[in-house]
Write a protein that binds this ligand. Structure first.
Ligand code: PLP
Length: 401
């Protein structure tokens, strides 16, 4: 059974990954094991399960068959050694960073990243004595210079949200490998069905499965995808972070996200195709000052992007209007596209990041993170692309009246 699954294509694995045990009723979909505790035949099996000598669920804070099935699907697709599922992207990222870091250690990273990850590293971890070294990760010499004996990891986001910067992970990985430093990437922006994380040099991926995987904004979730290059870290994630920090995914969410996985490739293909079409139209509108979409040739990192992630450029588009006032008028003029955060919902969404997600930061922090006041972030949904374009055009026109 397992050999067979290794040979299948990713989209097939998403649908046909076998359960670890045959279901007593032969259910086709993994049922929701909405229970807290599991019984054992005898004391010795019970001891084996609790001491980790066998993989059997005992308590749903740390192991649950419905969650295990989702982890197995992701493991099959990515060919990772271990996958751990969490209650949110932030729970996965914090479990990852609390596993790799310690007081006195430093993290090499960039200011181009998701707002809460930035705050986790620059505020929360700082309180525990972890130093953040924010550098320009596109500058490989800067990466080399910043690493010292206390560096615990290089952490980056690819593609960055919302700057759409694409770092060449292969370059970073070469430098980090020379020094035996793990490379961890938040790859939420591009589904792992589209590239091979290990072959581009990643040791770990963290993913907010809330986004593409949840199946149209059904639920919050997060994943750590671990290629097994650092066994002590793998143990800390599975046996320390999951047990002691909490934050393991719930079975209801795992069920919804398993369904999401089954349609992920199809949704992504369509959303990315629509996004490319929308991005091309936006480029022709004079009131749109600039369009950032990695699938467009005009994007500064287009070549690195297509080399690593292929020709589907994700469903996030960032555009610059003349100024903040026009951005807010644009948001207020939308008729179909929703004024909401989140990415990769089935519905198209629009947000003005500077006044919302990054609103609580200081203007100086926003500037350092390249969060411009005249930028709109769009997430392109599954609607007919013509309807999306009509709404965008009329809202841009209204903003300029
Ligand atoms: C949304 C997001 C997160 C956080 O994920 P949650 O599931 O909301 O906790 C982290 N990184 C990136 C790139 C994101 O887009």
């Amino acid at each position: 059974m397992f050999l067979q699954i290794i040979k299948m294509k990713k989209i097939t694995k998403a649908i046909h990954t076998p359960f670890q045990r045959r279901d007593v009723y032969d259910a086709l979909q993994m049922p929701v094991y909405n229970c807290l505790a599991f019984e054992f035949d005898n004391a010795s099996i019970m001891a084996d399960a609790f001491c980790g000598r066998i993989d059997a669920p005992d308590y749903s804070r740390v192991l649950n068959p419905t969650v295990t099935h989702l982890e197995d699907i992701v493991r099959n697709i990515t060919r990772a050694k271990e996958v751990s599922a969490f209650t949110s992207g932030m729970a996965a990222i914090s479990a990852m960073l609390f596993s790799v870091a310690a007081a006195g250690k430093n993290i090499i990273t960039s200011r181009h990243m998701f707002g809460n990850t930035f705050l986790l590293i620059s505020n929360t971890l700082k309180r525990f004595g972890v130093e953040a070294r924010f550098i320009d990760l596109a500058d490989s010499e800067a990466v080399r210079r910043s690493i010292d004996n206390n560096t615990c990891c290089v952490f980056l986001e690819s593609v960055t949200n919302p700057q759409t910067e694409v770092i060449d992970i292969r370059e970073i990985s070469k430098i980090a490998k020379e020094k035996d430093i793990p490379v961890i990437a938040d790859t939420t922006m591009i589904p792992f069905t589209e590239f091979d994380g290990e072959s581009i040099g990643l040791d770990f991926q963290v993913v907010s499965s809330t986004k593409y995987i949840s199946g149209g904004a059904t639920s919050l979730g997060g994943l750590i995808i671990d290629y097994g290059h650092y066994p002590e870290l793998s143990r800390l994630i599975k046996k320390d972070a999951v047990f002691n920090l909490g934050g393991y995914m719930t079975p209801q969410v795992a069920y919804m996200q398993t369904l999401g996985m089954e349609t992920l490739a199809v949704r992504y293909e369509r959303q990315a195709a629509s996004a490319l079409e929308v991005a091309k139209v936006l480029e022709t509108i004079p009131d749109v000052k600039r369009v950032y979409y990695p699938g467009l040739e005009s994007h500064p990192d287009h070549e690195i992007f297509t080399d690593i992630y292929g020709d589907k450029g994700s469903a996030m588009i960032v555009m610059e209007l003349e100024n903040e006032e026009k951005c807010l008028k644009f948001i207020n003029s939308l008729k179909m596209i929703h004024r909401a955060t989140n990415l990769f919902d089935n519905r198209s969404l629009a947000i003005h990041p500077a006044s919302t997600i990054f609103g609580p930061l200081t203007p100086q922090q926003r500037e350092e993170m390249d969060i411009k006041p005249n930028v709109i972030r769009l997430s392109i949904g599954l609607e007919d692309v013509d309807d999306i374009i009509v709404d965008l055009k009329q809202a841009i026109a209204s903003a300029n009246e």
